[in-house]
Design a protein around this ligand. Sequence first.
Ligand code: FBP
Length: 342
Amino acid sequence: MPQQVTVTEHILLHQKMVPGATGQFTRLFNELVLSAKIITRAVTKAGLVDILGFTGDVNIQGEEVKKLDDYANRILIHRLARSGVLCAMASEENADIIEVPESLPRGDYIIIFDPLDGSSNIDVNVNIGTIFSILKRKSDPQGPLMSSDVLQKGSEQVAAGYILYGSSTMLVFTSGDGVHGFTLDPSVGEFLLSHPNIRIPEQGKIYSVNEGYERYWDRDTKKALDYFKSPKNALHKPYSGRYIGSLVADIHRNLLYGGIFMYPADLRDPKKPTGKLRLTCECNPMAFIVEQAGGLATDGANRILDIEPDHLHQRVPFFCGSLNDVRVVQDIFNAERRKKSR
Ligand code: FBP
């Protein structure tokens, strides 16, 4: 009978290796895991209860809010605030930083999350997910919380991960010591280790991008797409195109099979000149996971994890996946910059 390791056991084992670990991280993760189970229950019976469709509100992103997105957001804020180890949270759905009320015990951790990613797929039963990024407060805990505590570079993350609500519910995360995947066994209600030490193949064979926006891309992005679609690439045959439209699902597939996910900047909306995806709650956690699995993540010019966020809902172009594939994109963008600098 294979050894069944729960996510809490895994974290406790890992914690033993962290000097001065206090157990705070485990408590935070326990609330994340409980939230994931509550959200899974709602997702799996969404068609049977009044939780599909819109709430009628519009969020800070200018998007109509989905009922299930709003439900997941409220569950996460409620549970995480009761972990006793957070001083602040931030959500893709909330305009501002969410401070933990003084009436509740607090700690030095900060969590930023996208409560339900892939909102365009919620009502059609296609894989969606929750994405999270965990940071440690930098400013004096006795003093006021600073925005710089939340707006830290991705390289400062102490942990990051996602929960994928699909044919099974999976929790995939890193705390800087490799990437590990756990599958929820509904019969015991536990996330059990199913994918230890995930490594993304260096050479990919899949490209994931919404080609419907190609006409709005710059020349370099078009050149990159041509590379993946032409037989004159490292594979000597076109890559396979796969695009689910849920970042979590597209990254998860590429993490296991090898490939590149791209959400480039485009000229569709002058209000969003740098693409759609949010640096703090989507790109940073995915970049940390993919880099810990042996891949790369860039905005074309910079390593995503080196970008200093200037505001909570900042959007960046995102190219993420297998080492060789992302390097091709970097080379194309660098070549153009070198030409311009001459
Ligand atoms: P949400 O967090 O609002 O769902 O937005 C992000 C997202 O849905 C990603 O999951 C996905 O990769 C992308 O937007 C799809 O965007 P598009 O429909 O423009 O291809």
